[in-house]
Design a protein around this ligand. Structure first.
Ligand code: PEP
Ligand code: MN
Length: 339
């Protein structure tokens, strides 16, 4: 249950209510979101009558049957809008293309990619990981801080916004300093103290669905960030693991359709990691764009066969440009601006 308090609620009335909940042994979390105090209990507690004495400080009480709460349209009917400036608005009839290589490998590789994306394709958000959460300990793990410095150069030279991933809390501050959007990868969706710390940072967070997470677990992870005070969360469906080994994952468009109804958070799709094969990524990209989502994540590399991570799914520049030409009319037909 969410108890949302009126603005300027008196501290001592709130303390009285919190003490009452503590004495009654009712678990709750105090959340300050957009400057407003909320007390959130688990979905099991529904004793609204017990709050009668506190009605004058309470704005609304929202009852839930689900454990995810703040991320739902029951809490907030209207879309969350995240404005990065420069036409980049999530949650507002735009499809924002976030493109770049899987990993920052070198200054030359990154700057060549950024130059192509920015100058040839007018892409405004550059994606690349400096901290790579790899499944094998023997493969390239990222350039770390050196990689972040290269991403700073992309911003300075091309004016692009940067989305880059955080693996764990050890380097969150460095990533947050560099990123315009912090990405939490599929394997990190369950690192709850990372989610909580990202909730205390004043930067948008793109949360990827763990490849074995249910919709419930995905939204609970989003609630971890939201309930720590950060309202700017973007959901990313990047494919779930199914019985089919010939595609890397299965892009769960059904969940995407449902999430658009259940949640007010922007949602983006990642055809690259779902498909895992460059030749088919553009076609999946077309389907993804038609889903009326807020953005797409696509991997591209100046020389895909030499990419240090995710080489099978990286589009060549030629493939990327062709794909963009197919996406434009699709976005136009659904009245979305492809940015
Ligand atoms: C990535 O975006 O390069 C990445 C590692 O994605 P995921 O966490 O979805 O595997
Ligand atoms: Mn990748």
């Amino acid at each position: 249950m969410i108890i949302k308090f009126k603005k300027n609620t008196l501290e001592n009335s709130l303390e009285r209510l919190k003490n009452w909940l503590l004495n009654a042994d009712i678990e709750f979390k105090e959340v300050i979101l957009n400057g407003i105090v909320h007390i959130i209990t688990s979905s099991g507690w529904k004793d609204v009558a017990a709050l009668a004495d506190y009605r004058e400080i309470i704005d609304t009480i929202i009852d839930f049957d689900t454990e995810y709460q703040i991320s739902t349209r029951k809490y907030q009917q209207n879309n969350t809008v995240i404005n990065l400036g420069d036409d980049l608005v999530f949650g507002a009839n735009k499809t924002i293309m976030m493109a770049g290589p899987c990993a920052v490998e070198s200054e030359d590789q990154v700057m060549r990619t950024a130059e192509f994306l920015s100058e040839k394709c007018n892409i405004k958000v550059f994606r690349a990981g400096a901290y790579k959460p790899r499944t094998s300990p023997y493969t390239f793990q990222g350039l770390e801080e050196k990689g972040l410095k290269i991403l700073d150069k992309v911003r300075n030279e091309f004016g692009m916004k940067i989305i880059t991933e955080v693996k764990d809390n050890s380097h969150l501050d460095e990533v947050a300093d560099c990123a315009d959007i912090i990405q939490i990868g599929t394997k990190s969706m369950y690192i709850f103290n990372l989610l909580s710390r990202c909730g205390r940072i004043n930067k948008p967070v793109l949360l990827k669905r763990a490849f074995m997470a249910t919709i419930k677990e995905f939204l609970q992870a989003a609630d971890f960030i939201l309930s720590n005070g950060n309202p700017n969360v973007i959901l990313c469906e990047r494919g779930i693991r199914t019985f089919e080994p010939q595609t890397r994952f299965s892009l769960d468009v059904c969940s995407t359709a449902l999430l658009k109804e259940i949640s007010h958070l922007p949602i983006v799709l990642d055809p690259s990691h779902a498909m895992g094969r460059a030749a088919q990524v553009p076609l999946v990209g077309q389907a993804a764009a038609a889903m009326e989502v807020d953005g797409l994540l696509i991997e591209t590399h100046p020389n895909p066969s030499e990419a240090k991570s995710d080489k099978n799914q990286a589009l060549s520049f030629e493939q990327f440009e062709k794909m963009m030409n197919k996406l434009k009319p699709i976005c136009k037909s659904i009245k979305r601006q492809l940015v």
